[in-house]
Design a protein around this ligand. Structure first.
Ligand code: MN
Length: 294
């Protein structure tokens, strides 16, 4: 199943070129705050599944290309992100560490946007803002101290994720925290439809230029390792998202660009880039050019 959110906060199942509205079943409505219907669906998915399947036959349908797609899980307890998790990206960034000996950082939920949104560049004229193409993992249950062997039981599904970042030497979390810096979507695909997450091809284009092309088989810290590492420290909750790290080929995005991400068996989405007029901070006063500058 492919779970998506659309229009004013409706919850839907994607069925071919259409989306089926299951908002009534899950109590999703546009006035809900915080918007937790997707978390409820994920937490109770085994119980909901028969009703969701019948809804495919009976609930209202819309054409997918006529709805506005929102980020599928707008209120995760956390977005966990692994830095430098492909060797070739570590080399291009001249990083002496890897996710396997560095661990993870967190991105704020407020940075999440969806497939029909845009990436807003902050007003930092002396800085490059880069794309990072990543497989997103969605956690399916509450768990602490999961072993590597338990990884499949912990995962609800997969999604496309861009980890957008202001390059620099300042605190990584701040540089990756801007609003719109975590596009996730266009939906979450349940794990049963992604039989080999350990070997997924993925690509990212800026306009027509293919910038990143890699396979999750090349992850340094693999998916079982990422689940075990995060859950060693924190309780994971249904709807938590893991950004698994980017391969080589990161580079700048600019006003007017179209950034497209595609992941095998997961999905594809394209977001436009717009230059905003907010986001300046004295923290970013010193100019910085990254080693990968293109
Ligand atoms: Mn990243």
């Amino acid at each position: 199943m492919k779970i998506a959110r659309f229009n004013a906060g409706a919850l839907g199942l994607v069925d071919g070129a259409e989306i089926v509205d299951v908002s009534a079943l899950l109590g999703a409505n546009s006035g809900e705050w915080p918007p937790m219907a997707a978390n409820r669906l994920i937490a109770g998915f085994a119980q909901w599944r028969p009703e969701l399947e019948s809804a495919l036959a009976t609930a209202p349908r819309y054409r997918l290309d006529e709805v506005r797609l929102l980020t599928p899980i707008p209120w995760p307890n956390k977005v966990i992100a692994y830095p430098v998790n492909y060797h070739a990206h570590g080399q291009e960034m001249q990083a002496g560490y890897r996710a396997s000996n560095q661990g993870f950082f967190l991105k704020p939920g407020s940075s999440l946007v969806g497939a029909s949104d845009q990436i807003e560049l902050p007003a930092l004229p002396d800085r490059e803002v880069h794309h990072e193409c990543e497989l997103g993992i969605v956690i399916g249950r509450e768990v602490r101290g999961a072993t590597r062997e338990q990884w499949r039981d912990c995962i609800f599904g997969y999604t496309c994720l861009m980890d957008i970042v202001v390059r620099g030497r300042e605190e990584r979390v701040m540089r990756k925290a801007y609003d719109t810096f975590c596009p996730v979507g266009p939906w979450v695909v349940t794990a049963d439809e992604v039989p080999t997450p350990e070997a997924l091809e993925m690509k990212l284009w800026v306009n027509e230029e293919l910038r990143q092309h890699a396979n999750t088989a090349d992850l340094v810290l693999d998916i079982p390792g990422m689940v075990a590492t995060a859950s060693a420290v924190m309780t994971l909750y249904p709807g938590d998202i893991i950004a698994t790290g980017t391969p080589e080929g990161v580079g700048p995005i600019r006003d007017g660009d179209q950034v497209r991400i595609w992941i095998e068996n997961v999905g594809e989405m394209t977001l436009g880039v717009v230059q905003g007029n907010r986001g300046w901070s004295d923290v970013f006063q010193a100019p910085y050019t990254p080693p990968t500058s293109k």
